[in-house]
Each structure stands twice: as C-alpha cells, then as structure tokens.
Design a protein around this ligand. Sequence first.
Ligand code: TYM
Length: 344
Amino acid sequence: MAKFKPRVFSGVQPTGNLHLGNYLGAITRFVALQDTHDCIYCVVDLHAITVAQKPAELKASIREVTAAFLAAGIDAKKHIVFNQSQVAEHAELAWILNCVARLGWLNRMTQFKEKAGKDRENVSVGLYDYPVLMAADILVYRATHVPVGEDQKQHLELARDIAQKFNLDFSEEIAALGHGDTFFPLPEPLIQGPATRVMSLRDGTKKMSKSDASDYSRINLSDDADTIAQKIRKAKTDPEPLPSEIEGLAKRPEADNLVGIFAALENRSKADVLETFGGRNFSAFKSSLIDLTVEKVTPVGKAMDKLTQDPAHIDAILKQGAERARVLAQETMKAVKDIQGFVR
Ligand code: TYM
C-alpha cells in the first residue's frame, strides 16, 4: 500500500446565504483541522454554475465565502485558500474521471434526484456530473481526509469508488511508473461533532439550507443580533421540557436540533448540554441559545462584512492560493497523464 501524506481538502459552494449549517457542519471543522493537517480549502465556483447564477452575484458570493473562511479563522498563509475555476486541473481531471465513473453509480445519487426533482429532463448535464467534479477536486490533491456535513456522505463514497476503480483499472501502469499499488488514496470523510446535520428552525425533519424559501428556517452568518434572537424565539419546538438524557431527544427533532446547535457552538457534547438544561423549558433554553449564538456568530458576520469591503485583498488571497494549489494539481496531472497513456 502506497503511503500518502495526510492532506485535508474541502469545498463550499458560493451560492449565497452561508448559514449555521455550513458554519457548524463544515467551516468550524476546517478551522480545527489546521493545527494537525495541511489543509486546502476551496470555493467551488465550478460547482455553483451547475444551476444558473447571475455573474455579478457569483463574483460577490465567491468573495463572501472566502471572507467567511478567513473570518472564521482559516489561515490562508499556512494553508491554501482559493477558488476552483482558477485551477484548470480540477476540470481536466474531472473529464478523465468521467471516463472511470459508471452511469449506474451516478444514477444512485440522492442529491441529484432531490435537486432535479420533476424537472429532470431540463437540468444541466453539469448538475448530474457534479459528484465527479467533486471527486476530482479531492483526488487532484490526492487528499486523504475530507471534512463535510452529513449531506455529502454519498458523494464521498462515490469519490472513493472512483479512486478505487482508477487504481484497479491502471494497476499495471501505476506499479510500472513507480507509484506502488495505488495512485489515489481513498479519501476519508470526516463527518464529526454534534452538528453534522443542522436542521431547519421551522421543521426539525428538514435540513437547514440556502435554498429554503423562508429566511426564518436558517441563521445566516450575516444576520445581526436582533435577527438571530427573533429567529430563535420563533423556532419550532414541542411542549415538553428538555430531557436530562440524550435518549430523550429521540423523536423530538426540533429539540434535538437546538441542543445540537448549542453543543456545537460551545464545543460540548449534547449529553453535556442536557446536564445543564435537562428539565428546563424551551423559553429558558432559547434565551441561553440566543446569547450564545449572538456571541459566536455575529463577530464572524462582522469580520466578513469588513473583509468583503476590500475585494482586491480577497482576490489577491485567492490568486496566491490558486498558484500554490496549481503546483500540487499539476504534479498529479502529469502522473495521471503518464498512467493513462497520454503523450505529453
Ligand atoms: P455546500 O456548499 O452545499 O455546503 C458546504 C458544507 O456545508 C455542509 N452543510 C451542512 N452541514 C451541516 N448541516 C447542514 N444543514 C448543512 N448544509 C450544508 C456541507 O455538508 C458541506 O460540507 N458538494 C459540496 C462542495 C464540494 C466539496 C468538494 C466538498 C465541492 N467539491 C470536495 C468536499 C470536497 C457542497 O455542495 O457543499
């Protein structure tokens, strides 16, 4: 088995309205991994255009996601922060992996089915192919670990299947070219913490999402203290007081969600939060949750706001990040082309 240097890769789409789910499920995890790993964090603009985007808004969103990374504490000097479209190797490897991935595998992707809905004949080919580009994002850096929220699990499994098939299909060439018995690592999903699936504040059975029509369903990183307070006060709950044990959260999706959010914001476990709040009613718990959310989220929003006022600074960070990413990606592509049998 080839030895792979541990390397983290993850991406966030620039499609507006970064919310608490993105923050707790992904971005805070990105921040934590910086101490132990070499990390590459990407604003995946090529993924964003799988559904129509207004060009001026796309540009603003790319800068906004970058600002969120920086505001949350990602160090773009120590690690790599860039936008996907500046490193052409992502799209190049995606094509090669398109010829590895099987139609049957893509047909199983639940996110495509959800997003395409009844309009299947009319969505872009890119939306269907989206998970292959995602595999290319990861594999072009031969990344070993991928922090994501729960909703990306199936896409990560597909990336592993693609990596494995490439390794098998070209095993002779891979060995002959001195890469040992595997060229791509099988990237490991890191789906961790108490908020891997933050749910809508209006319906505890639905994921918190950018595309929900109701702004009351989510807390945006850009929300001010009053808005956060209003949204949490209005959040759906049930009539019972909070349980003292974690088992008591089963079949209480709204309670489970709010406790999970509290736990993630304070970096505690849900069980620990219930030790404090078990037996208390929702109005008391919500007051504490409002204070905590305002304390943790509004500084990020304010820092984002400040950063986005200087787009030239953000663009320079993305450009430098892309230059560093490109060096790594080109190294992989040279090897892939040799393995594939292309003349270069
Ligand atoms: P995206 O932009 O939809 O979401 C970014 C990250 O936020 C997580 N997330 C959530 N986590 C918890 N609760 C929620 N309600 C919630 N909503 C979103 C997502 O799981 C994700 O980690 N396909 C990816 C972007 C991508 C990518 C990659 C990720 C492209 N290439 C390569 C990892 C590796 C996406 O659409 O994320």
